[in-house]
Design a protein around this ligand. Structure first.
Ligand SMILES: [Zn+2]
Length: 143
């Protein structure tokens, strides 16, 4: 599951992905790495939680026509809705973050270099429970 991978911004700061940053070398990890720095050239430092940039640029994208594997939760009794899967480069962190496009956005709407921003989305719902995830929404700024 995706607990601890984002903050809903209840303090007014807005929805943000959460990664961790090594205090020794400055490398940023998403999904968050809490055990040890994965930079092979680093002696290892403390890993601190950091909110990631809200916006990035599309590095690549694809149509996801199949049910995603764990840790994504899907209801096997519902028809699978294909969605656009986007890899977004965050310039400040120098990492690429995968995510779904917001509903209604297809690969025909996307281009490499296009600016997108992270927004909350619904991963899965059943009676009484809603699991949230992050999604990428084009900002209207071309590449
Ligand atoms: Zn490090």
């Amino acid at each position: 599951m995706v607990a601890g991978w984002f903050t809903e911004g209840g303090d007014g700061s807005g929805f943000r992905l959460l990664g961790t940053r090594c205090s020794a070398c400055g490398a940023v990890f998403f999904p968050r790495e809490d055990a040890y720095c994965r930079n092979p050239g680093c002696g290892g430092g403390d890993l601190e939680e950091v909110p990631l940039s809200r916006r990035g640029r599309i590095w690549s994208y694809t149509d996801s026509r199949y049910r995603p594997p764990s840790p994504y939760v899907t209801n096997p009794e519902l028809p699978w809705e294909p969605y656009a899967l986007i890899a977004v480069e965050l310039e400040a962190e120098r990492i690429v973050v995968l995510g779904q496009a917001v509903p209604g956005v297809t690969v025909a709407d996307l281009a490499v270099g296009m600016e997108v921003e992270v927004v909350p989305g619904v991963l899965y719902e059943d009676t009484g429970t809603t699991w949230m995830t992050w999604q990428w929404r084009p900002t209207g700024v071309a590449g």
